[in-house]
Design a protein around this ligand. Structure first.
Ligand SMILES: CSCCC(=O)C(=O)COP(=O)(O)O
Ligand code: MG
Length: 243
């Protein structure tokens, strides 16, 4: 069934990239190099900015059971590492964690150790939709830098030009309707002109509440969708079904 909306907004993990690439490749890379990264870049301006965000997030998270605090002084580096690992164990989608992860992945992509996964249907369909005049954007919990790297160093080469702009949680959390209104505002369109594709029902519901349209993706390895909640949505297996 063809797409009526002029804007296609794509979630990344579980929608155009496999969850396995994120959970089994990207996240373990961070876990592995984190200590060395913190040691090497501690005094850099960019890391200090990331640290400022982590500290601000730690204040917000301090009431959560099992929270791992960030200290100043002698134990600062170790406590930052432990806080980041705690956030990752809990798959937190905080802007602070995601910004740091994006910066850490840079070395991995540039050295050739990491190559961004994309399902094989993604680029041919997005190119056809672009030819039809559709505008293609992404909205992920991964930082805009992390998104750019994934596409720049993808298994198909540099495909970053496929997307007009990347959005992250600076627009708000993906489960909040105001985030979708913010994106619509940012690209100067009505929400009704946006089709949001995602693997997560809560995100699809938030987009619908904002007045956008939404379709759910079921990719191999995704968590099964709740049958009752997903019954309100069109559910597709590949982007080919949009043509
Ligand atoms: C953009 S690559 C990093 C993916 C990531 O860190 C993440 O949390 C994925 O979340 P998404 O919103 O794309 O499902
Ligand atoms: Mg997703």
């Amino acid at each position: 069934m063809p797409v009526n909306e002029n804007v296609i907004l794509l979630d990344i993990e579980g929608t155009i990239t496999s969850i396995s690439f994120v959970k089994d490749t990207l996240f373990p890379y961070v876990t592995e190099v984190l200590e060395g990264y913190v040691e090497k870049y501690w005094d850099d301006e960019s890391f200090q900015q990331d640290l400022e965000l982590l500290r601000a997030q730690a204040v917000i998270d301090s009431n959560i059971e099992g929270f791992v605090p960030i200290y100043t002084g002698d134990n600062a580096k170790k406590s930052v590492i432990n806080n980041v690992l705690w956030q990752m164990t809990n798959d937190k989608k905080t802007t602070a964690l995601k910004q740091l992860q994006g910066h850490i992945w840079k070395d991995g992509y540039e050295s050739g150790l990491l190559r961004g996964h994309l399902y094989e249907d993604v680029l041919p369909v997005l190119n056809k939709l672009t030819d039809l005049g559709k505008k293609i954007y992404t909205y992920s919990s991964g930082s805009t830098k992390a998104q750019e790297l994934l596409f720049q160093y993808s298994i198909y080469g540099d495909v970053s030009g496929t997307f007009l702009k990347y959005f992250d949680t600076k627009m708000g959390p993906k489960g909040s309707e105001t985030s979708y209104a913010n994106i619509a505002n940012e690209i100067n369109v009505n929400c009704s002109d946006i089709l949001f594709l995602t693997d997560v029902i809560v995100e699809a519901e938030a987009a619908i509440k904002a007045g956008c349209n939404s379709i759910l993706l079921v990719r191999p390895g995704n968590a099964p969708l709740d049958p009752e909640k997903s019954s309100k949505f069109r559910v597709i297996k590949t982007l080919d079904e949009l043509l």
